[in-house]
Design a protein around this ligand. Structure first.
Ligand SMILES: O=C(CO)[C@H](O)[C@H](O)COP(=O)(O)O
Length: 241
């Protein structure tokens, strides 16, 4: 979404973000997500620090979010000082409501996002209601982060798994680089019916650092749309750290 194109879902993103930010309490260590919805979360936490005296520490999931958090006056910490987080709040590109499995990473921050989500006791996902899908892979490609060396071979192996693979590029044609200076391969799979198997297959490819399937990690999703705010929790609870 460019500055000249207003985001029609912005108000819904903000509603879900504000609701999620209300879960944060003084003393908590908080993971800060990346993307246009997470941006509203960071802004709301900044407001609560300034206006309500909220006291937290936070770990951002990208350099962009780190910059915003500093501008908002949110005290930052590291995993060296704070190995576990009380809560992480982040956006998503797809949400499968039956499982709360997600695709993340269209913003390119999936690696740090997954590390932060895995360290958090609560992983709360915020989004507008357009992010729901019946099955993962229906709405957007699956981003796969690979190291630059030999990326072509990783791409071929992803192709053997059934993906149409496109290396992500900047407008000028150069490769998009993540905060870890890796590449993102956007992989269009037919509907992903066996995400656990696909996750294992992806991790088995040498050169793949991480992928955007966030399986059994969300402890809650908060979405907003024309019908209001919807909060979902996983049936049977969370099964991953
Ligand atoms: O995974 C992400 C970034 O890597 C974002 O959380 C995801 O792309 C959703 O972004 P937005 O809130 O802008 O729709």
């Amino acid at each position: 979404m460019t500055a000249t194109q207003p985001d029609p879902a912005a108000a819904f993103k903000q509603q879900s973000a504000i609701q999620a930010a209300s879960l944060v309490q003084t003393g908590m260590a908080v993971g800060l997500g990346t993307g246009s919805t997470a941006k509203f979360v960071v802004a709301e936490l900044g407001r609560r620090i300034r206006e309500e005296g909220l006291r937290i520490t936070a770990i951002p999931t990208s350099i962009v979010t780190e910059k915003q958090a500093r501008e908002e006056g949110i005290p930052l910490t590291t995993f060296g000082q704070q190995p576990e987080l009380d809560i992480a709040i982040d956006g998503a590109d797809e949400i499968e409501p039956a499982t709360l499995n997600l695709i993340k990473g269209l913003g390119g921050a999936l690696l740090w996002e997954k590390i932060v989500a895995a360290a958090a006791a609560q992983f709360v996902v915020v989004a507008d209601a357009s992010k729901y899908v019946d099955h993962l892979g229906l709405r957007c490609p699956l981003p796969v982060e690979v190291i630059p060396f030999g990326w072509e071979n990783a791409a071929r192996k992803l192709g053997h798994l059934g993906a149409q693979v496109t290396p992500r590029r900047m407008r000028d044609g150069s490769f998009f680089l993540t905060d870890e200076k890796n590449l993102i391969l956007d992989c269009v799979f037919p509907a992903i019916m066996e995400p656990e198997k696909l996750s294992a297959d992806l991790h088995a490819i040498v050169g793949v650092v991480e992928h955007g399937l966030f399986l059994h990690m969300a402890t809650q999703t908060i979405t907003a749309g024309p019908e209001g705010i919807r909060v979902l929790t996983p049936q049977g609870g969370r099964t991953c750290p």
